[in-house]
Write a protein that binds this ligand. Structure first.
Ligand code: LMR
Length: 328
């Protein structure tokens, strides 16, 4: 009788803690499907539904169909979605440390970004939002950012007095303020319209985002500055993740590692082809010009933006910034 009662209790306990199968993962993001993140989310879905068939299904919602990035984190906590991958610029509410990725001219190239992300400090930062209930699972590349405006931007003085759209980030705000420009925080879904109607004069983003959202149709000049990085943190609700049956969690983590490698390889190619498409559009229409900056011009941008590092050192932490520098 006692054994029966014990077995019954174990059965009830398991029934309560094991989620119903298939487990549904809703993955929400704001970019187009033919971008590093868009392709990564779809590849994740494809591999999960092959290797965990009947156990896990993944629904991907691109193009801000479900949420803008300022709502997506709340949705994760509420359990309305289970995965997202906002840009690293958008976590300032939950951790100041990830702001390191927004520091202008911190990383020389995407390989340095990768070394930092995969190194000890980068891996440690995945856990920097635990107390808010979020868990970073992986970093995905998009690429380096370029500046654009309806006026040619060769040197920092050219940006003075212009309005630029920025992501939700105090660091990016400071980056434009030190130029004497006026930064405006807008959701990604609002950028095209803001550029078209003149709410802002310019913006900064990666070649892939500029091309996939057709910002080149509403901007005359692109300056190839590579002045900062726009990458992603694949993030989940920590309680959801730790509540998954262990064998499913391990398999999901394995798939995510493989997808991360694929996304990061793809990102570089996508940046190249997107850049070329914009150049070709410019040649065809004479409406868009990609400006190559000289070494001297770039040195001016670097110097003009440098005060931002000091301003945020106390929030980000000296050790985190030093690890970023060392990755070069
Ligand atoms: C932006 O808001 O410009 C980006 O964060 C969009 C994205 O997800 O790449």
């Amino acid at each position: 009788m006692r054994i029966f009662a014990l077995n019954f209790m174990i059965f009830v306990l398991c029934a309560c803690t094991t989620p119903d199968l298939p487990i549904k993962i809703k993955f929400s993001h704001v970019v187009a499907e033919h971008t590093p993140k868009g392709m990564g989310a779809l590849l994740f879905k494809q591999r999960v539904e092959t290797r965990l068939a009947g156990k896990v299904v993944v629904e991907v919602y691109p193009n801000s169909q479900l949420y803008d990035d300022n709502k997506v984190m709340e949705a994760l906590l509420l359990g309305d979605i289970q995965m997202a991958a906002p840009s690293l610029a958008k976590f300032g509410k939950y951790t100041k440390k990830l702001q390191v990725f927004d520091l202008p001219f911190l990383f020389n190239d995407i390989e340095a970004v990768n070394r930092f992300q995969q190194g000890e400090m980068g891996q440690h930062l995945l856990l920097s939002m635990e107390r808010y209930g979020y868990l970073g699972l992986a970093y995905w590349h998009n690429g380096l950012k370029q500046l654009s405006a309806n006026y040619p931007l060769h040197v920092p003085a050219d940006a003075q007095g212009l309005k630029f759209r920025i992501q939700q980030s105090h660091v990016l705000q400071a980056q434009f303020e030190v130029l004497g420009a006026s930064p405006q925080k807008l959701a990604f879904s609002e950028v095209y319209n803001a550029l078209q109607t003149g709410i802002v004069d310019g913006q900064e983003n990666t070649w892939s985002n500029i091309e996939s959202k057709k910002f080149y149709e509403v901007q005359h000049y692109f300056s190839e500055t590579n002045h900062g990085v726009l990458d992603y943190l694949v993030v989940t609700n920590a309680k959801f993740w730790h509540g998954l049956p262990p064998e499913i969690r391990v398999e999901l983590a394995d798939i995510l590692s493989e997808v991360t490698v694929a996304v990061n390889q793809k990102a570089l190619n996508l940046a190249r082809t997107a850049r070329q498409k914009i150049i070709d559009f410019g040649i065809k229409t004479d409406r868009t010009h990609v400006l190559q900056l000289t070494k001297e011009d770039l040195a001016q941008w670097r110097q003009a933006m440098q005060p931002v590092w000091d301003k945020f050192e106390h929030e980000i932490g000296k050790a985190v910034i030093e690890a970023g520098v060392a990755a070069n």
